[in-house]
Design a protein around this ligand. Structure first.
Ligand SMILES: Nc1ncnc2c1ncn2[C@@H]1O[C@H](COP(=O)(O)OP(=O)(O)OP(=O)(O)O)[C@@H](O)[C@H]1O
Length: 254
């Protein structure tokens, strides 16, 4: 598929398939087209040419409202419904109703219990009655994740979920994602990130994007190589695996 705006091509020739239980990371330089690809996967944007099939439904051929209820989305700049000083538990509940404001009549005891369990899953069990407005960025990132999971998605998309987090915050979110894999191994996830250090140890596949085109896609060990990353970033990149995780360095241009 491809996406263009007017005469400008944002991405082209993207031929990519995600299966249930796969956990993808998407890497590439600023402006490479990662968010554009994610916006098609989340059905927010239609391809300009070619086809996109999301959760078995071809975009353009079906009403996407139903499909969207099965897609969880976590974005770095996504605003939480915090305008009215809602507590973290309430914010997670709004993920069930897919609403900005809580729809209290829709949350029975089972749903409330589920929200509490998801806060526990993401390591925020103690934050339930804390106003989200006072939560740290790292805590909010995990509350956002719990909120996205509340609708029980089949596909979870995360666009730079680590942005702005310090090192412990990053590790806490990584642990939450790894716990999620254990709890819901069939869930398909796609995480856009800029740093190899943010790739969860449980990631299975990687998609590399350069200037609107895919340079590599496949099992993570085959894709996150020095050659693969150097081609994607157009710099010499050296990558190592350390305790199941990834560390990388790009050579500066002198
Ligand atoms: N509506 C639009 N009109 C014109 N150009 C656009 C539009 N949306 C995105 N672009 C351009 O398309 C390219 C890809 O953008 P995209 O946001 O997908 O990149 P990205 O890889 O997610 O970048 P980053 O890592 O900086 O977030 C960029 O050059 C961007 O300026």
């Amino acid at each position: 598929m491809e996406v263009h705006v007017g005469r400008t091509s944002l991405v082209a020739g993207v031929d990519w398939r995600v299966d249930y239980g796969q956990r993808w990371v998407v890497l590439g330089r600023n402006g490479a087209g990662k968010s554009t690809i994610l916006s098609v996967a989340s059905t927010q944007r239609f391809p300009s040419a070619g086809t996109a099939v999301v959760l078995g439904h071809r975009m353009g051929a079906v009403d996407l409202r139903d499909v969207r209820t099965h897609i969880g989305f976590v974005g770095a700049n996504q605003r939480l419904p915090d305008a009215e000083n809602h507590h973290a538990h309430t914010v997670v509940l709004t993920g069930y109703s897919g609403s900005v404001l809580p729809l209290w009549e829709r949350y029975d005891d089972t749903i409330r219990d589920r929200a509490a369990k998801l806060l526990e899953l993401v390591g925020c069990a103690d934050l339930g009655d804390r106003p989200v407005r006072v939560c740290s960025q790292g805590e909010r990132a995990r509350v956002r994740l719990a909120r996205a999971l509340m609708a029980d998605p089949l596909l979870l998309l995360l666009d730079e979920p680590f942005a702005g987090l310090d090192m412990p915050g990053r590790e806490d979110l990584l642990l939450a994602l790894e716990n999620l894999t254990r709890a819901q191994p069939e869930l398909a996830t796609v995480t856009v990130t800029h740093h190899l250090e943010e790739v969860p140890a449980t990631a299975t596949h990687a998609l590399l994007v350069r200037r609107g085109a895919v340079t590599a896609a496949g099992p993570i060990d085959e894709v996150l190589t020095n050659d693969g990353l150097s081609a994607c970033y157009e710099r010499d990149v050296e990558v190592h695996r350390l305790n199941g995780r990834w560390v990388a360095q790009a050579r500066a241009v002198r």
